[in-house]
Write a protein that binds this ligand. Structure first.
Ligand code: GRF
Length: 202
């Protein structure tokens, strides 16, 4: 399966996916990395691996529709089967999502449905959570509310702050995202009727 990855920042999740996909028996290849920020650190990391990159700065476009049109034109060239959002910090329009219905996944740094949105680690700490974690989910029009594909949990430790917790969650993000993408690329999970349907024993 051909996978395009959308990033906005350091791209550590993109890198984890790219490393996993470089294995000869992995059922997906990363065919391109696209960012909404020309200064995204992940672009250089992708380029260093020989993965085609493209950036489309939001400020270069009159509105959201024009910005997404530019990104979608680039995606047409790559013709991916799957889109992976990896630290992509912009909401996709309904039109965009419908164009890739059931073929977009995202990683969110919290155990959804808890803590959708931003600042998830601080919110978990403020809530006194004793576990935290991350979620890979299908992307639907609502923010961080699509059907869940996979989750991983980590302990919240005494003395944790948002940074120490984020670092601990990031390590399991880098494990669970490649595993979830593998399942999806192998057709062992798909989105059907708004649910994640697992078609074979895990
Ligand atoms: C990660 O916590 C990811 O879950 C969130 O953005 C953060 C940075 O991701 N979506 P990356 O290092 O750019 O992959």
């Amino acid at each position: 399966k051909k996978v395009a990855v959308l990033i906005s920042g350091s791209g550590s999740n993109m890198l984890a996916l790219a490393k996993a996909a470089s294995a000869v028996d992995y059922p997906a290849d990363i065919v391109g990395v696209i960012s909404d920020r020309p200064d995204a650190g992940g672009l250089a990391k992708a380029a260093a691996l020989g993965i085609p990159t493209a950036a489309f700065a939001r400020k270069d476009y009159a509105g959201k529709a024009a910005h997404e049109a530019a990104i979608r034109a680039e995606l047409e060239k790559l013709s991916p089967d799957i889109l992976c959002l990896a630290g992509y910090m912009r909401l996709l329009s309904g039109d965009f999502i419908r164009a890739y219905e059931g073929r977009i996944v995202n990683i969110h740094p919290a155990l959804l449905p808890l803590f959708p949105g931003l600042h998830t680690h601080q919110r978990a700490l403020d809530a006194g959570m004793r576990i935290a974690g991350c979620t890979v989910h299908f992307v639907t029009e609502g923010m961080d509310e699509g059907p869940i594909v996979a989750q991983a949990a980590v302990p919240v430790l005494p003395g944790d702050d948002a940074d120490t917790l984020a670092a601990r969650v990031l390590t399991v993000e880098h494990r669970i995202y490649p595993a979830a993408l593998k399942l999806f690329a192998e057709g062992k999970v798909k989105m059907e009727g708004g649910k994640a349907v697992f078609t074979e024993g895990l």
